[in-house]
Design a protein around this ligand. Structure first.
Ligand SMILES: [Fe+2]
Length: 358
């Protein structure tokens, strides 16, 4: 991805009320498997917490699941229009995907302000209750009116105290539930080439848990964040519909760019942050905190900082069939990332955490 000035073919990088500039979209790959880096390059990126871009890798699978992707876009459209997702899932063809193995219970309300709806399921085996408190949660990605981005997250048990949960059976059932509602989740497991690349990179064959289906909408996306969690090694992200733009880089490199930017920039709004950034430990604490203050503005709403990262080569675009691997081993060794929607309509993508079979 490169910055473009006044180019008719350029796409506008705009998120939550801030226009960051115009960019060119990376040339899409039309030949699956031919545009990917060597296994050595992939391993090197992964081990140094850089993102791994695998263009066009899943094109055959995206074609194979075209009808399921259309169904998902239909669900997303109806949820955005204000319909209850639980009501949609008891209609054909969705109910038959769940029955007889998953019982949909009444939606619950958790008080989470970004939550649209949380639907709880029981798993059933031979007519008997097998596991309970599996859930899918529909959330908005921001509180900004112009941002219609939503996500569907599948998990189980206590949401706020995930570290206290260790139940591989229910973790596996929540992953299965995601594939029942959105059969295109199987795209990731179906691709022999992707599984081979992951085995070679991780030295084991991962299982895909904490499944999230993202629908990034125009003016939306995700602010800079990391996804480090206990026993997770990283994220596999697959673009199925629409185009997204990303900034993705290791934490240490991001911190260096923040410090360099603040040293060169003289604006008053960052004067306090400039002081904080002189002490690397304090800057790290601020980056990892829930209230980043002026750092949040610098990272997410400062076009000049976005330009700096793109010029340094940390921007990329994803088209349908593209995969992005994001190493997330530890807070120190992880790839921070930020997402923009480049389309004039909402997209569809998968984001799964990778863990090892217990
Ligand atoms: Fe993420």
């Amino acid at each position: 991805m490169k910055l473009q000035n006044n180019d008719a073919c350029a796409s506008i990088l705009h998120r939550r009320g801030v226009t960051h500039g115009q960019v060119s979209i990376d040339e899409p790959c039309h030949r699956p498997g031919e545009c990917i880096p060597s296994y050595d390059e992939i391993r090197k990126c992964w081990q140094t917490a850089f993102p791994v871009h695998l263009p066009g890798l899943l094109l055959p699978e995206v074609e194979k699941y075209a009808s399921a992707i259309r169904d998902a876009l239909h669900i997303m459209r109806r949820v955005r229009a204000g319909e209850s997702c639980a009501d949609i899932l008891v209609e054909a063809p969705f109910l038959s995907r769940l029955e007889p193995d998953f019982d949909l219970l009444s939606p619950v309300h958790t008080g989470d302000k970004q939550e649209v709806e949380k639907i709880v399921f029981d798993a059933v085996k031979s007519g008997e209750l097998f596991a309970e408190d599996l859930w899918m949660k529909v959330s908005r990605l921001s509180f900004v009116d112009e941002d219609d981005s939503i996500r569907f997250r599948f998990s189980y048990g206590m949401e706020m105290f995930k570290n206290q949960e260790d139940d591989p059976l229910r973790e596996g059932l929540a992953a299965e539930l995601a594939a029942r509602v959105f059969p295109e989740c199987n795209i990731v497991c179906d691709s022999e080439l992707l599984i081979e690349i992951l085995k070679n990179t991780l030295n084991f064959s991962p299982v895909f848990v904490e499944r999230i289906i993202y629908s990034n909408a125009p003016s939306g996306g995700a602010q800079f964040h990391q996804d480090v969690e206990n026993d997770h090694f990283g994220i596999v992200y697959a673009q199925l519909y629409g185009i997204t733009a990303w900034l993705a880089l290791p934490r240490a490199v991001l911190l260096q760019h923040v410090q360099d930017y603040l040293r060169d920039d003289g604006s008053d709004i960052f004067s306090e942050l400039r002081q904080t950034a002189q002490h690397e430990g304090h800057l790290v604490n601020l980056l990892e905190s829930d209230d980043q203050g002026a750092l949040e503005i610098l990272l997410n709403a400062t076009p000049a900082f976005t330009h700096r990262l793109i010029d340094a080569g940390y921007g990329l675009t994803l088209a349908p069939g593209d995969v992005l691997l994001l190493p997330q081993a530890t807070n120190e060794h992880c790839c921070w990332h930020s997402v923009f929607c480049l389309d004039d309509a909402p997209g569809h993508s998968l984001s799964f955490a990778m863990t090892r079979m217990p």
